[in-house]
Ligand binder design. Structure first.
Ligand code: FES
Length: 106
């Protein structure tokens, strides 16, 4: 599948062991865990809650609304969520964080 590269934030915007709201279109959350950057959809698949308002524990983000946990590496959900979270390939280039977004249908 074709994709386009989009800048999310500066690497220096990230804090070790924490999550930030990095983009609102599409909504993307960025994470820094043990020096590794991850990016997922920022919207919980269980409802309309921003995961950047949640709690990051290792490589799992917990939604602040009903406490579903998602693996930020794979998007795998835990109850009460059943739908996986979208994850994005991340690249850090010259101090900026980029993700590969799927090409939009024309
Ligand atoms: S909205 Fe996230 S767990 Fe319900």
């Amino acid at each position: 599948m074709e994709s386009t590269k989009a800048r999310l934030c500066s690497f220096s915007d990230l804090k070790e062991g924490d999550v930030i709201k990095a983009s609102s279109d599409p909504p993307i959350a960025a994470y820094l865990v043990n020096g590794e950057v991850f990016a997922t959809s920022n919207i919980c698949t269980h409802g309309n809650s921003e995961l950047s308002d949640g709690y990051l524990d290792g490589d799992r983000i917990e939604c602040g609304l009903h406490l579903a946990q998602f693996c930020i590496r794979t998007g795998a959900p835990g109850a009460p969520a059943a739908v996986p979270l979208a994850t994005y390939n991340v690249e850090v280039i010259d101090g900026d964080v980029y993700v590969d977004l799927p090409a939009q249908p024309i």
